[in-house]
Design a protein around this ligand. Structure first.
Ligand code: DP6
Length: 316
């Protein structure tokens, strides 16, 4: 009745922003991501008839609110179950736009399935992870992952394995505080108030097709162009929500300019930004040290994390 699973967050290149079904947390758009490896969440779950309620600790701090985790366990095990003790550790800042929920919930659903021997298939578990947090479904696979919107569910497909195209990711941390507007709240606001929301949803499949082609042909410049464009479109939807949602700070913009300068000098690097102020620079391995050296000197960048592309979650 216990299991431990380590999973890595993923970073979307073609973003998910908006939901078509709040109850099942189904995304309004398909998305494409890369799964990381050097940064991870490790989750241990232990079910026991002796527990009086679900207990959740994150990085050794007991949490008051276990709702999302308890709902996820109920959804897989049913409500007539033993309570569980869930302990989760991350080696990176949580709730700051580094997609900690993606690694947390992908690790959790696999750990539950393993601990109670449910025998769920990968796609079912991906739907369970996605119900808890949309981006978590993509961390169920390694390398380059497409999340496809199907009729009443989602499907995840691996486009390339990490070894096929071993890109590097440099993450500049510009603020590690919890973000002011959660992704879920932000998406709700954008879908109701941004005049750009409908066109964002409508045009997503073109970006998905373009990125898929770029990935399958390992065309870095093509992937770079469509990823930055899709990122800027998502942030335009955020900025034009009412009230406006601006996750960036001045260091985020400085980093963006610095990456544009590197591109002008012929370096193979592009940026992407999620629901937080961190900049994620995706690059070819030979450009990594230059990218790190430039980003870490920018005022407001407190630290720089480096990662390759990784595998699906591992049962320990
Ligand atoms: C900007 O997966 O955190 O990172 O489903 O409400 O938990 P919920 O949202 P979440 O949203 C991620 C949004 C994003 C873009 C992306 O990862 O695709």
């Amino acid at each position: 009745m216990q299991a431990t699973v380590r999973a890595s967050p993923n970073i979307a290149l073609i973003k998910y922003w908006g939901k078509r079904d709040e109850k099942y947390n189904l995304p309004a758009v398909s998305s494409i991501s890369i799964t990381l490896d050097e940064i991870w969440t490790e989750t241990k779950i232990n079910f026991s008839p002796n527990h009086k309620r679900d207990i959740l600790t994150i990085n050794n701090v007991q949490q008051d609110d276990t709702r999302r985790v308890s709902d996820c366990i109920d959804s897989i095990c049913g409500e007539h179950r033993n309570f569980a003790c869930v302990s989760s550790k991350c080696n990176f800042p949580i709730s700051a736009g580094l997609a900690s929920s993606s690694s947390a919930f992908s690790a959790l659903v696999i750990a539950i399935n393993q601990a109670v021997n449910k025998g769920y298939e990968l796609q079912d578990l991906a739907n369970e992870a996605g119900k808890a947090s949309g981006s978590a479904a993509r961390s169920m696979l390694g390398g380059f992952v497409e999340l496809e919107n199907k009729k009443n569910k989602i499907q995840i497909n691996q486009l390339l394995q990490s070894e096929d195209w071993p890109l590097r990711v440099v993450i500049a941390i510009t603020d590690s505080q919890k973000k002011a507007v959660s992704s879920s709240e932000g998406m709700k606001l954008s879908s109701k108030t941004s005049p750009f929301y409908n066109s964002w949803v409508k045009n997503q499949s073109e970006d998905i097709d373009e990125a898929r082609k770029a990935i399958l042909s390992q065309d870095f410049l093509r992937l770079s162009e469509i990823s930055e464009h899709n990122c800027m479109k998502m942030h335009s939807v955020m900025w034009t929500s009412r009230p406006s949602i601006v996750y960036w700070n001045s260091a985020t913009i400085e980093c963006m300019h610095a990456i544009r300068e590197l591109q002008k000098k012929g370096e193979f690097v592009f940026f992407t930004i999620d629901a937080g102020p961190q900049i994620k620079a995706v690059c070819l391995p030979e450009c990594e040290s230059k990218v790190v050296n430039i980003l870490k000197e920018i005022r407001g960048v407190s630290s720089v994390l480096q990662s390759g592309l990784g595998q699906e979650p591992q049962i320990k």
